[in-house]
Write a protein that binds this ligand. Structure first.
Ligand code: ADP
Ligand code: MG
Length: 261
């Protein structure tokens, strides 16, 4: 994707759960090679937004498009596995690791899952099914992605023994095995120490420099302020602000949502 062109276009996306409107006619774009932030208080609808984009949940109404070659193509309604193959991969708000397996094996699972990776129910379901021939390919890919994210020296550690910040980076490596052009990260910095947040931010900047487009959900405003190129702010399912971090930071509605509550 050429820098600056729209890769993801969300057009009046709406999701109702019974009487609850979790995502209320949200529209925004993600451009190639940018880090876009999606922030808002708990329950704002951020994770639901990810589930809509990755095909884990169907939209109630609205459209989602993704760039394929010269065109923005509708991806809403496609099964999750086709959306991954188009180049969208995600991480989950809650870490999903096999704690007694090695770092390398955990990432190889992601490589094996590719097609079903964006649906959390798929993880773990098929670990036992890969065959010997396939195994070498999966381990090679996993190793490559672990080196890319800076965990190349921890391949044979038990995943459960890693610090939380490293586990989150492991999950990014696992998503990278799907060979995405757009990464969706759901609260990757939650619960991390300051140093870990810095390491994570450095990694995301490195991926951006490699041309990756990133949509990042965050609860914590401070983390996104120094990292994102643009931000969308949600509250109770609705978009209340959009712009560059310095603009959004001074927006009345945003201050109200974060401080007024
Ligand atoms: P956020 O990630 O911004 O904290 P969520 O997208 O998880 O918010 O949730 C938005 C709202 O939708 C919340 O009120 C939540 O309880 C509700 N919700 C999320 N997923 C479901 C679901 N599968 N069924 C019913 N309600 C849901
Ligand atoms: Mg969430």
């Amino acid at each position: 994707h050429a820098a600056g062109e729209t890769v993801l276009q969300i057009d009046k996306a709406r999701k109702e759960f019974g009487g609850l409107v979790a995502v209320n006619n949200i529209s925004f774009d993600v451009k190639a090679g940018e880090i876009m932030g999606l922030i808002g208080p708990n329950g704002a609808g951020k994770s639901t937004m990810f589930n809509l984009v990755t095909g884990v949940l169907p939209l109630t109404s609205g459209e989602v498009r993704f760039r394929v070659g010269n065109q923005l193509q509708r991806i809403d309604g496609l099964p999750s596995r086709s959306i991954v193959r188009h180049g969208i991969a995600r991480t989950f708000q809650h870490v999903k690791l096999m704690p007694t397996m090695t770092v390398l094996e955990n990432v190889a699972i992601g490589a094996h899952l590719r097609g079903t990776y964006n649906d959390v129910n798929g993880i773990g379901a098929s670990i036992a099914r890969w065959n010997r021939k396939e195994e070498q390919v999966l381990l090679f890919e996993a190793k490559k992605q672990l080196e890319r994210v800076g965990l190349g020296n921890m391949l044979y550690e038990e995943a459960g023994s890693l610090a939380l910040g490293q586990q989150r980076i492991l999950e990014i490596a696992r998503a990278l095995c799907c060979d995405p052009t757009l990464l969706l990260l759901d609260e990757p910095a939650a619960g991390l120490r300051y140093k870990e947040k810095q390491a994570l931010a450095d990694l995301l900047r490195k991926l951006r420099a490699e041309g990756m487009s990133i949509l990042l959900v965050e609860h914590d405003m401070d983390f996104v302020m120094n990292l994102t190129d643009r931000l969308v702010v949600m509250e109770f399912g609705t978009k209340i602000a959009e712009g560059v971090p310095t603009e959004v930071q001074e927006d009345e509605a945003v201050l109200e949502a974060y401080l007024g509550g």
